[in-house]
Write a protein that binds this ligand. Structure first.
Ligand SMILES: [Zn+2]
Length: 445
C-alpha cells in the first residue's frame, strides 16, 4: 500500500541528490576544438552538469540555469581532456597523480604494475578522495620466461618487486594459465612485454580473445612479426623500436601490411619521448636522476619515481649500444611513417616510469614529437591523446570529444594548440568529472 509512496519519495530523494550533486558550469565565449575534425567553433558556450557535457552551442543560444558557475572563455581554446595512453603508475606513486591532472591528463592506460595498489588509487580518484585521472589498468605484465629469469638474476634491489610481480610464459600451457589468472583479476587490458616463442604467443593471444581481453604488447620478434601480431589479434603495438621491420619488407607486402593495419582495430603507441630520452647526454641524465639538475620539470618528480629511475640506471650496462639503438629508432620512425601514410591509428603515450620522463610534462613533449618527428597535424596529435584512446577502449561515443553527452573532462588553453602544438602546455583550467580542478591566472608558458 505504502510502497508506491515510498518509492516515489526515494526516487525524489535520488533526483534531488543528482540535481544538487554538482553546480552546473558554463564556459562561455570560448573557441571549441571539439576533436571530431570539425573546424574550431569560436564564440561558443559549453554547459556541463553532473559530470557530462549537456550542451554546446553559439553564445546566447544555450539556456544557462540559475546558480551556474560561469567561466569566461574569451580568447581561450577548449579541448577534450587528454590521455596518457602508456604509463606505469606504480613507478610514479600516488602522490604523483595530481600532477597528471594539472597537465590536462584526465585518463590514463596503465600498462603494468601492482594492480591491488593502483586499483585503490583508481577507486579513491573516482570517489574524489584523491585528485587523479580515470584509470584503465593492465595489472601484472606478462613476460618471456627466459628474459625474466635472466633479469631477475641480476639482482637489482630497486626492481625486485616489479620483476617478482611479472608473469613468466614459455609454454602454451603457461600462456593459457597466465591469461586465465589475469582475466580473473578483472583488468581492462592484458600487457605482454617481451613475447614468448611463436607457439606460446599464439596460445596467449587465442586465450585472451576467448576471454574478450585486449592485448597490448611490444612488437613481437620477427619470426612472429607485424603480420603475425595482426593475425593473432594483438590490439596495440607499444613503442617504435621494432617497426623498422616495415622498411625491410618487399614493397608489395609493405603496402598490404600497412593497409591491413589501417583497416584493423589496432593502434600503435609510439612513445617517442621515451625513445628520444635515450639520446640525452649521459651527464644530463645523471644530474636528472640525482636531482641536481636545475631543470624546472624535475619539481614534478616524486620520490617513488626517482627511486625507480635509480634502479633502472643499475641496468644501464645491459642496454643496447647507443649507435645500435639509434638505428632502431631511425628505422622505427621510417616504418611508422609508412604505416601512418596508410592511415594506421595512433595513441599518445609516454611510458611514464622510464628514465627521465616527468609526469604530465612528458605527454606534452610526446605531442610535440608526434608533430615534429612524425608529421602529424596538431589536431591529429590531439586526437591521438583524446578520441583515439577512447575508441581503443570502445568509448568513442562516451568520451574524447567536446560534444553533448560526452563525459565532462576538458582542458581550457590560453593559446591555440592548432597554431602551435606547444600551446598544449598553456593550461588555464582543467575539468575532470565535471568539476573544475585547477585554474591559474596569467601563468607563464
Ligand atoms: Zn611501458
Amino acid at each position: 500500500m505504502f510502497a508506491p509512496v515510498v518509492q516515489a519519495l526515494l526516487a525524489a530523494a535520488a533526483l534531488t541528490l543528482t540535481v544538487h550533486a554538482q553546480t552546473p558550469v558554463a564556459i562561455t565565449g570560448v573557441t571549441v576544438i571539439d576533436g571530431t575534425g570539425r573546424a574550431p567553433q569560436p564564440g561558443t558556450t559549453v554547459l556541463v552538469r553532473d559530470g557530462r557535457i549537456v550542451a554546446v552551442g553559439r553564445d546566447g543560444t544555450v539556456p544557462i540555469p540559475a546558480r551556474t558557475q560561469r567561466i569566461v572563455g574569451r580568447g581561450k581554446y577548449l579541448i577534450a581532456g587528454l590521455w596518457d595512453a602508456h604509463v606505469h603508475l606504480s613507478a610514479l606513486g600516488r602522490d604523483g597523480l595530481p600532477t597528471l591532472v594539472q597537465h590536462g591528463i584526465t585518463s590514463v592506460r596503465d600498462l603494468g604494475g601492482n594492480l591491488a595498489t593502483v586499483r585503490t588509487w583508481r577507486d579513491a580518484a573516482e570517489r574524489g578522495d584523491v585528485l587523479g585521472p580515470r584509470m584503465r589498468l593492465a595489472g601484472p605484465i606478462v613476460e618471456n620466461a627466459f628474459w625474466l629469469k635472466r633479469v631477475r638474476e641480476l639482482g637489482v634491489a630497486g626492481l625486485a618487486r616489479d620483476l617478482e610481480e611479472r608473469i613468466p610464459v614459455s609454454t602454451d600451457a603457461d600462456a593459457v594459465k597466465a591469461v586465465d589468472s589475469i582475466a580473473a583479476m578483472g583488468v581492462d587490458v592484458l600487457k605482454l612485454r617481451n613475447a614468448p616463442g611463436t607457439s606460446a604467443y599464439a596460445a596467449l593471444l587465442a586465450a585472451a580473445q576467448r576471454k574478450g581481453l585486449r592485448v597490448a604488447g611490444h612488437q613481437p620478434n620477427r619470426s612472429i612479426g607485424l603480420a603475425g601480431a595482426l593475425a593473432a589479434g594483438q590490439r596495440s603495438i607499444e613503442h617504435i623500436e621494432g617497426l623498422g621491420e616495415v622498411e625491410s619488407l618487399p614493397a608489395a607486402s609493405r603496402d598490404s601490411i600497412a593497409r591491413a593495419y589501417a583497416a584493423a582495430e589496432i593502434w600503435i603507441t609510439p612513445t617517442l619521448a621515451a625513445s628520444f630520452g635515450r639520446f640525452v647526454a649521459e651527464s644530463v641524465t645523471v644530474a636528472r636522476v640525482a636531482g641536481t639538475s636545475s631543470d624546472a620539470d624535475l619539481s614534478l618528480v616524486t620520490e617513488t619515481l626517482r627511486a625507480f629511475w635509480r634502479a633502472q640506471r643499475e641496468l644501464k650496462a645491459y642496454d643496447a649500444p647507443l649507435e645500435q639503438y639509434a638505428g632502431m629508432v631511425t628505422g622505427g620512425l621510417a616504418g611508422l611513417r609508412v604505416l601512418r601514410a596508410a592511415g594506421v591509428k595512433l595513441m599518445a603515450g609516454t611510458d611514464l616510469g622510464v628514465l627521465t620522463l616527468t609526469p604530465g610534462q612528458s605527454l606534452h613533449q610526446e605531442l610535440k614529437l608526434l608533430v615534429d618527428s612524425l608529421g602529424l597535424t596538431p589536431l591529429e596529435a590531439i586526437q591521438a591523446a583524446t578520441l583515439e584512446p577512447a575508441r581503443y577502449f570502445g568509448q568513442g561515443d562516451v568520451m574524447g570529444t567536446v560534444e553533448p553527452g560526452r563525459l565532462a573532462d576538458l582542458v581550457l588553453l590560453r593559446a591555440n594548440p592548432l597554431a602551435d602544438i606547444r600551446n598544449i602546455g598553456a593550461i588555464d583550467l582543467v575539468m575532470l568529472r565535471g568539476r573544475v580542478v585547477r585554474t591559474t591566472e596569467g601563468g607563464r608558458r
